[in-house]
Ligand binder design. Structure first.
Ligand SMILES: CC(C)(COP(=O)(O)OP(=O)(O)OC[C@H]1O[C@@H](n2cnc3c(N)ncnc32)[C@H](O)[C@@H]1OP(=O)(O)O)[C@@H](O)C(=O)NCCC(=O)NCCS
Length: 259
């Protein structure tokens, strides 16, 4: 078995069309590649050396499972314990809080990487490295997980690209901004625990009710419509590159037509 190393990954990323100075939002499954010698660390060196500090790499560093035990399913917890768990869970701290277990180990290492910044959102933070990283993250409002104040909207403004490294459309976060941009999207309430003047408070807020369950269907139509910029195989992983703007606009149109 051939082990995947930094040069293998850099050659594959270059063949996919990645260049210095590009701005990308990444999604990754390390296991999709086969065996990467050095794992997440190897992947991060390959990515940062390919894009360079004049470009920008962003990743989701979500932690949605922290404060709402009513949504926990693995395992479910009795309602009588919900309040206790909410207040006995550490508060979200953008420097300390690890990404949730269903995010890639790559994102967990990335958020601790030198010169990486993270937005201060207790459910749906993003991390970024490179030119202008802090600026795309600094105004991420609590009641706007994937909307106009979010790093997604800044990446849209900057005409960033999306990179799938062994992943598919089911986790294509860019489609969420499309969900926000349809007229009158469905909304629901969310919970967060925040601290003011040394006292923890449970905060209830309204935000768009997103539904990633339809992303695979949107993604299939997006590809059929010819929006992919490039695709290739790196190790065993199928990788894809496309414009974040085209994904957001396509999802918004698709949803408006469908509903
Ligand atoms: C869920 C998901 C992360 C699982 O992918 P994964 O490859 O199993 O997980 P990771 O990327 O964390 O890679 C770690 C896994 O790679 C494998 N692995 C370990 N060392 C490795 C190495 N050196 N080389 C390659 N793979 C390795 C292991 O299976 C490891 O999982 P384990 O520790 O639980 O055994 C992936 O399918 C996915 O959905 N990624 C996108 C997530 C996302 O962006 N979500 C945002 C919107 S919801």
């Amino acid at each position: 078995m051939q082990l995947i190393t930094i040069p293998t990954l850099k050659a594959g990323l270059a063949a996919l069309g990645l260049r210095k100075g590009q701005r990308v939002l990444m999604h990754c499954s390390l296991s999709a590649f086969g065996r990467i010698q050095g794992g997440a660390e190897t992947m991060l060196y390959a990515l940062t050396e390919t894009i360079g500090p004049e470009g920008l790499i962003a990743m989701p560093t979500f932690t949605p499972g922290r404060f709402d035990p009513s949504e926990w399913t693995q395992p479910p917890v009795p309602e009588s314990d919900w309040q206790r768990y909410r207040f006995e869970t550490p508060l979200f701290d953008s420097r300390r809080t690890p990404v949730d277990w269903d995010m890639s180990q790559l994102y967990e290492l990335f958020r601790t990487w030198p010169n990486v910044f993270r937005s201060n959102h207790s459910h749906s933070s993003f991390a970024a490295w490179g030119a202008g990283a802090a600026q795309i993250l600094h105004q991420h409002h609590l009641e706007d997980r994937f909307g106009e104040s979010s790093p997604l909207a800044r990446l849209y403004d900057e005409d960033a690209e999306v990179l799938f490294l062994g992943t598919d459309y089911s986790t294509n976060t860019a489609f969420h901004l499309g969900e926000y941009r349809v007229a009158d999207p469905p909304r629901r309430s969310f919970l967060s625990v925040q601290e003011t003047a040394g006292k923890k408070r449970l905060i209830q807020y309204e935000d768009v009710a997103t539904n990633s369950g339809i992303f695979t269907e949107i993604g299939a139509d997006f590809e059929t419509a010819g929006h992919l910029l490039a695709t290739n195989q790196i190790g065993a992983a199928t990788c894809r590159r496309f414009k974040l703007r085209s994904a957001v606009d396509f999802a918004a149109d698709w949803l408006a037509r469908k509903y």
